[in-house]
Design a protein around this ligand. Structure first.
Ligand code: FES
Length: 101
């Protein structure tokens, strides 16, 4: 059975960047794309950089270290589709962001 944990509130997620939170024993990055929220594993599949510190454009996050790009909806690496990062379902209840693990 999945766990649903509150990780943040909507106002904590910055525009054009991610919010990195430690929850459920792992770091995840939360992104707000035109009001829709997405959660992915924060660790880049290339060399482990923090994807939440990358640069968000539409649904694409660009890793701050070497520029690999990921679709935050699917976790698929757009630079090399052999790679992906895990995604997590997100629910919003009022202002609270809940992530399912
Ligand atoms: S660590 Fe992300 S592209 Fe290299």
């Amino acid at each position: 059975m999945a766990n649903l944990l509150k990780v943040a509130t909507r106002d904590e997620v910055p525009d054009g960047r991610g919010l990195v939170v430690l929850t459920g024993g792992r770091y995840i990055a939360i992104f707000d794309v035109a009001g829709q929220l997405f959660a992915i594993d924060n660790r880049c599949a290339h060399a482990g950089a923090s994807l939440g510190d990358g640069f968000l454009e539409d649904t694409c996050i660009t890793c701050p270290w070497h520029g690999w790009r990921y679709d935050v909806r699917s976790g698929v690496c757009l630079s090399d589709p052999r790679y992906r990062v895990r995604t997590f379902p997100v629910q919003v209840v009022g202002e609270d962001i809940l992530v399912e693990f």
